[in-house]
Write a protein that binds this ligand. Sequence first.
Ligand SMILES: [Zn+2]
Length: 340
Amino acid sequence: MPVGTLATVKGVSPAQLADTGAQMVLANTYHLHLQPGEGIVAEAGGLHRFMGWSGPLLTDSGGFQVFSLGAINRISDHGVVFRSPRDGRRIELTPERSMEIQMALGADVAMAFDQCPPYPATEADVAAASRRTHAWLERCLASHNRPDQALFGIVQGGCFPALRRESARVVASLGLPGIAVGGVSVGEPVEEMHRIVREVGPLLPEPIPHYLMGVGSLREMAVAVAEGFDLFDCVLPTRLGRHGSALVGGERWNLKNARFRHDHTPLDPSCPCPACRQHSRAYLHHLVRSEEMLGRTLLSLHNLTTLLRFTTAMARAIREGCFAEDFAPWDPASPAAHTW
Ligand SMILES: [Zn+2]
């Protein structure tokens, strides 16, 4: 899922986004609550109409942003009180309030309000955050009453295997239509993330979608897909694009680099995106150097296309029995080269 924080995937129109192969988009409850406010979105007929995206949409719960961005005044079992970074006003977010806002936004999938502990944190603090997350999930379920919207629960537990197992057991027992693993990609070493994914993945109920939150690098997605994960979100493709970087053949290239100045070949000859079909590395280098808006848009489109080609190639490789954790379909030596 490309990330459309403020009801827009930055720099990319909905039609361009559809052409990258994107099927589902994530939007952020916290940011949309602050601006323009869920009332305006509901007035427009919901998030799909407001942003002009008819495909599936998912909103996060706002919890991650409150705990990572907000000037927090108080955390209690009731909820979180924080000051708006926009105008300093006092805002209280509780499980019930998060459901109210997400129901008003009207995405296809809403996420339960959870407490995502920072990394590193003590086992006692992570255990307390997990217990609170489970209690909040029950309150989310009790107050969510929009039948055309699915509610996914979130497994927490930090880097502690026993807490992860317990959280997976509690969340899996509730018969939800989808389940997410949160509290990863919060600064822990990448080997820790792999360990969590390998331990928790097999504990999740088989028939429902498994969503690994905040992860979208190629290697990490392949490791998670091998453990049965289906959904990912990541700001990386558009953030890299805005900063002049491109994902090519598993590497990150900085287009500002002087080596591209006289390079009139396509960015990635195997890529079907507009940046690669219609333009050269020298032109993209020039746009990035000149800080032209088009450069950011083209590189964002290329990076989104690359990630979505990768996930599509994984799906095809699974069907054809040639998927592996070290999946590198662009490598001619890989048995999955034909999927790229
Ligand atoms: Zn491209």
